[in-house]
Ligand binder design. Structure first.
Ligand SMILES: Cc1cc2nc3c(=O)[nH]c(=O)nc-3n(C[C@H](O)[C@H](O)[C@H](O)COP(=O)(O)O)c2cc1C
Length: 397
């Protein structure tokens, strides 16, 4: 897709609970290189027993603990992306023969409660360094995490007041984390069903309903909540004292109903009315489109809805930076491919950390090959965790 396009971005979901930060960092950087800086990472902590078992673990760790572990995880990612390689580390010199200057490549050491790391990032800095960060937290800890890290948020609520309340809470959370809330872009789930006429849209809806699988719905509900509704008769009242419907299960049902997406059916004009209303009144930045039928739903979106939205001036005709990075285009900030200065990734950049260290060092002497320890004051963490950065030994030539 990157080869066939010039400006669209690609957000890739990665789980902080099951994938090592080292592997994720070195997967995302080459992707950022080959896309010309057009990748994002959708950070999820993963819920439920089934994914845990796929990774050889009996059960997921408790919800809030997953987010605490994810904080450390992000720290390692940022250090690898922002701190391991200084600007100018790649030399590409035939004489003297040197591709990378080892004195500008730094070892990252991290020892926290949940994660340990010791090593170098394996890839020279990519256009965005830290890929644009996406997230979809809904809980208190998820929203706090979003406020600290997210630049794009996937959300889904059934009503505009709930969407507005969610948007407000995420932006407040960003403010609390010392960030400009306008740099957190919200994308709300939307499932448009479009026709050139109302009748055509209605006919598509009926077709999709006919093809919907009850078993599939039950299975996906069960996967989300751990509650198997398939064994209840359709008219049987729920028994909340039932062992299977534990407190957590009931909570999961309510949590999931909170993020059911909005479906809009009709002609391009009718659906555009709804989109415009949600866009303006919900105070969001865009939509996360769900489809019923592939490629039909996507083609309808491009051919019918987008032109109508462009006509109304609420959908852009061109990217702010054609061929630019995802961050430049998503934030509408040409020439700024790196994480914003108030983002935690930026605060862990090599020059920032070194400058802080230089002010600390009384003698300001030779930095190279000397282990330096930095407290994580900038992220507002407990100073129980410390990070050591040292220079890679210089190769003799
Ligand atoms: C549109 C959308 C897409 C999501 N995609 C994934 C996913 O691919 N993998 C995953 O583990 N969780 C996914 N989630 C779940 C979120 O990561 C998150 O766990 C969920 O919204 C509940 O919030 P909480 O973690 O704060 O409780 C998604 C959520 C939304 C709203």
């Amino acid at each position: 897709m990157a080869q066939a396009t010039t400006s669209i971005g690609f957000a890739v979901t990665q789980s902080t609970s099951y994938l090592s930060p080292y592997a994720v960092a070195r997967t995302m950087s080459p992707l950022d290189h080959i896309t010309g800086g057009r990748v994002g990472i959708n950070v999820v902590t993963s819920f439920g027993k089934a994914p845990a078992k796929c990774f050889g673990i009996e059960d997921a760790v408790p919800h809030d603990e997953r987010y605490a572990a994810a904080e450390e995880y992000m720290e390692i990612l940022y250090r690898l992306w922002e701190q391991s390689w200084e600007d100018g580390a790649q030399v590409w010199s035939p004489n003297p023969e040197m591709a990378y200057n080892p004195s500008k490549i730094h070892k990252i050491e991290f020892e926290g409660k949940y994660h340990k790391f010791s090593g170098y990032h394996q890839t020279h800095p990519s256009p965005q360094r830290t890929p644009s960060i996406f997230q979809a937290g809904q809980s208190k800890s998820g929203i706090a995490f979003a406020g600290r890290h997210a630049e794009g948020i996937y959300c889904g609520t059934p009503t505009i007041p709930k969407l507005r309340a969610y948007a407000d809470s995420v932006r407040q959370s960003a403010r609390d984390a010392g960030r400009d809330p306008s740099t957190v872009k919200l994308f709300c789930s939307l499932c448009p069903i479009l026709g050139r006429t109302e009748e055509e849209a209605q006919a598509k809806y009926e077709k999709y309903r006919k093809n919907a699988s009850v078993q599939g719905g039950l299975a996906s509900f069960c996967a989300l909540t751990g509650v198997d509704l398939g064994k209840y008769d359709l008219d049987q009242p729920f028994n909340f004292d039932d062992e299977e419907l534990s407190k957590a299960g009931i909570q999961a049902i309510f949590n999931n109903s909170r993020r059911w997406r909005m479906t809009s059916l009709g002609t391009p004009e009718q659906v555009a009315d709804v989109v415009e209303k949600w866009f303006v009144e919900g105070d969001i930045d865009g939509f996360n489109i769900a489809y019923q039928s592939n490629p039909e739903s996507i083609e309808d979106l491009v051919e019918l809805l987008v032109p109508e939205l462009q006509k109304r001036g609420i959908y852009r005709d061109e990217y702010p930076v054609v061929g630019g990075t995802l961050r430049e285009n998503m934030q509408n900030k040409p020439g700024q491919p790196l994480a914003a200065p108030d983002h935690p990734a930026a605060k862990l950049r090599w020059d920032k950390v070194k400058a802080a260290e230089d002010t600390k060092c009384a003698n300001g002497g030779e930095q190279q090959a000397t282990a330096k320890t930095y407290e994580l004051v900038e992220l507002g963490k407990t100073p129980a965790v410390s990070v050591t950065v040292d220079a890679m030994p210089v190769a003799s030539s």
